[in-house]
Design a protein around this ligand. Structure first.
Ligand code: VAL
Length: 379
């Protein structure tokens, strides 16, 4: 039995748990938690990192005795492929078939705006680990998030661009077909206005576009100091690469939001992304035993460094497990009450929720700059 349980904990499964949980013999000794993440398609880098973070924490939690006096947590991860409908179907499966008391995810805000109303209606606690658009937790009382909204991070990034690099005149770009990208742009614009930046132009594109030459050619003629960009990592990579091809010099730095905070950017765009600034609630070289152990263990297990998405997911798995323990039962209502009492110190630093179910503090935000295709912390 323990072998089956650890297998369940270590891999993403769908059909393995197809039997109604309550009727299987071992089910009484497990608490099944669901997750909806992007494991395929253009945004898979986010969901794959999240999966790695969740599973690392899960194995540690189960090895240390699980929850509720010895029950293991079984995690069912469903792939949404970044698609709203697929994410909603996954939620229906997890809630209806698997009767999970908690859903972690989905990955994108765009997906959460479709999934949240469904899980909230069914009174199933839903915890976003990467959803950063405005209004996520306002979907309803069962929707929490451990990720900082753009409005908490982007002003720090733009202020750093101004204070440290003298940025004054900017062009702004965003994907106009994605809820997070639009929301991130709104936060960037508000911060830019507040800092007294001159906004030379605002250009939009679609998340699936591959040609941004019309927008970039226009921007090239405007002699801006920097280009803000709010989008997911794949379109950002395309924009950055094309900008350099069209002769926008490296001195014109890009300033990104949460979508840019993925090593995938360096993998696709390489040196073209150098200089890009992004705010982040976590960075790999963060001092402290907890983070150092997390980074080493993640790397050993996944063959690559964790990123901010993995770190947030890792802490979230612990936060959820602790809430189940505090609740004293795998009961969504009780877990919801318990989450409000969260007082956790993980790889992201001290964490608790506001009454509005958002992270209580943005104190740990740092600004990272891309150098040779990798993120480095600005000193
Ligand atoms: N934070 C973004 C969102 O909310 C992405 C990058 C996961 O959609």
């Amino acid at each position: 039995m323990s072998r089956l349980l650890s297998t369940v904990g270590a891999i993403a499964i769908g059909s393995l748990l197809a039997a109604p949980a309550a009727t299987t013999a071992w089910a009484q000794e497990t608490v099944t938690v669901g997750a909806i993440e992007i494991l395929s398609g253009p945004s898979a880098a986010y969901g794959t990192a999240i999966k790695g973070g969740l599973e690392l924490a899960l194995d540690e939690i189960n090895a240390a005795g699980g929850v509720l006096g010895g029950k293991k947590i079984a995690l069912i991860i469903e792939d949404s492929a970044g698609n709203k409908d697929q994410a909603v179907n996954a939620a229906r499966k997890l809630v209806g078939r698997d009767k999970v008391p908690v859903v972690i995810g989905p990955t994108l805000s765009n997906e959460m705006f479709a999934v949240g109303p469904v899980t909230n209606e069914r009174k199933v606690v839903t915890v976003g680990t990467s959803t950063t658009a405005k209004g996520i937790t306002e979907i309803g009382p069962f929707i929490f998030r451990t990720s900082l909204p753009e409005s908490d991070v982007v002003p720090v990034t733009l202020k750093t661009a101004k204070d440290k690099f003298g940025v004054k005149k900017i062009a702004m770009m965003y994907a106009n077909d994605d809820a997070f990208s639009k929301s991130g742009f709104d936060s960037m614009k508000a911060a830019a206005e507040q800092l007294g930046f001159e906004i030379a132009t605002i250009e939009t594109f679609g998340s699936k576009d591959s040609d941004f030459s019309a927008q970039l050619t226009k921007i090239k003629g405007l002699n801006v100091d920097a280009i803000t960009i709010s989008a997911l990592v794949e379109p950002i990579s395309g924009v950055v690469l094309q900008a350099r091809q069209l002769g926008i010099p490296a001195s014109v730095r890009f300033i990104g939001g949460n979508g840019a905070n993925s090593p995938k950017l360096g993998e696709i765009a390489g040196g073209a992304a150098d200089g890009l600034l992004v705010g982040s609630p976590w960075f790999i070289a963060k001092k402290g035993e907890t983070n150092e152990k997390f980074v080493a263990d993640y790397k050993k297990r996944n063959g690559k460094d964790p990123d901010q998405f993995a770190a947030q997911a890792y802490d979230t798995m612990y936060i959820v497990a602790k809430a189940i323990d505090t609740a004293g039962a795998a009961d969504s209502d009780k877990i919801r009450e318990a989450l409000y009492k969260t007082d956790f110190n993980g790889v992201m630093g001290p964490f608790s929720f506001t009454q509005g179910r958002d992270p209580a503090s943005n104190e740990g935000v740092v600004v990272l700059a891309m150098k040779n295709g990798r993120f480095e912390i600005l000193e």
